[in-house]
Design a protein around this ligand. Structure first.
Ligand code: DHB
Length: 374
């Protein structure tokens, strides 16, 4: 957001409550849509991404003991995805921000946003034991699901839509070369498993677990056994290695409408959460700030409020499309606790359809690589 504004000649102050080390190390998803890659290139932060990002032309769906490939370019008119860790994007954005010499403050606390229903919003925060007060034209609430912006909006303005899923993902990062060139989304009677990667030497793997799963119940050996079982096929072996990181992530869908209150605009996880399957979170945040920055730029250029007035409805069209896609992938691929054989048959029928009908595969593919005109 700050980089987009900077390129339009608009100044901003970026506040982050964590440390630089924390945000640069925190592991998140790693799939960038074509449109996200295009935007990172346009704003001048794509150099390392072009060098180190792994361009993928497809994914594999595995069920009933077989793998089926979904080929993106042939189904989407040449579009692809790039595997590149979210924290690598964060590092590149921080570097670009520091190069501009414009303010980026880490480890601020006590952030408060006020006055956004007037023409002069105020942001207060504490930095290096000093209280700071900022007056500004706009506040971009890019502060995540647990941030202060959404909760600062008066009651009755926002409507929330929410769904919790009865499972979570146990994710590991391992010092092992990927065991397959592409991502594998596996449906198995023990639950979902995902094979992904970060580089030619680092594998990222996930297992469906209970939402209240204790990491202590999952020593490395149990994780590898379960991954081998759920992802395994005759004649294929899973590369193993030192487990570098381990964590459990809950799965939920969440959207607030509208994504605005006066001059406070919400973007990314502050306004919406998707379940992880399909890795839409960062991509949606990037699409939000692209819209928001062009709305703010039009306002400064000639007082044009039309884009800002449409920001929420424009952003929400893509948000709901991605909510549906993430829900669809999640529902198709996870074992439902308490589900019955009927659920299993429906999931298998859907998987078989997606893997045998070119039209169904194209629908999955165009959502996966990112829709252009939503
Ligand atoms: C990754 C995460 C996802 O949620 C997904 O659908 C694919 C890949 C990842 O972390 O690599």
């Amino acid at each position: 957001m700050a980089q987009l504004l900077h390129l339009e000649g608009i100044d901003s102050v970026v506040l982050e409550d964590r440390s630089r080390e924390y945000v640069e190390q925190r592991i998140r998803a790693g799939v960038l849509e074509q449109g996200t890659v295009d935007l990172l290139n346009e704003i001048g932060v794509g150099e390392r991404l072009r060098r180190e990002g792994l361009v993928h032309d497809g994914i594999e769906l595995q069920f009933a003991g077989k793998r089926h490939r979904i080929d993106f370019p042939s189904l989407t008119g040449g579009r692809r995805i790039t595997v590149y860790g979210q924290q690598e994007v964060v590092k590149d954005l921080i570097t670009a921000r520091l190069e501009t010499s414009r303010p980026l403050h880490f480890e601020v606390s006590d952030v408060e946003v006020n006055g956004f229903e007037s023409e002069s919003p105020v942001v207060r925060f504490r930095r290096e034991r000093e209280d700071v007060e900022l007056r500004c034209d706009f506040i971009a609430g890019c502060d995540g699901f647990h941030g202060v912006c959404r909760d600062s909006i008066p009651a009755g303005v926002l409507r929330a839509f929410e769904r919790e899923y009865p499972f979570a993902w146990l994710g590991i990062l391992a010092a092992a070369p990927p065991s397959n060139e592409e991502l594998i989304y596996a449906y198995h009677e023990h639950g979902f498993a995902l094979h992904s990667m970060r580089s030619p030497t680092i594998t990222r793997l996930y297992l469906q677990v209970r939402p209240d799963e204790e990491l202590a119940e999952w020593p490395d050996e149990r994780i590898w056994n379960e991954l081998e079982l759920r992802l395994g096929l005759e004649g294929w072996t899973l590369n193993t290695g030192e487990v570098l990181e381990k964590g459990v992530t809950g799965m939920r869908s969440f959207v607030v409408e509208p994504m605005q209150c006066g001059r406070l605009f919400l973007a990314g996880d502050a306004a919406h959460i998707v379940p992880a399957t399909g890795a839409k979170g960062l991509n949606l945040a990037v699409a939000d700030v692209r819209l928001l920055a062009s709305g703010i730029a039009a306002w400064y250029r000639n007082g044009d409020v039309s884009l800002l007035e449409r920001y929420s409805s424009d952003a929400l069209r893509r948000v709901w499309r991605a909510e549906h896609f993430s829900w669809f992938m999640t529902s198709m691929l996870h074992r439902l606790e308490g589900g019955d054989e009927f659920d299993v048959k429906l999931q298998l029928a859907q998987l078989a359809y997606v893997c045998s009908s070119e039209k169904a595969a194209a629908s999955l593919a165009e959502n996966y690589v990112g829709l252009e005109h939503v």
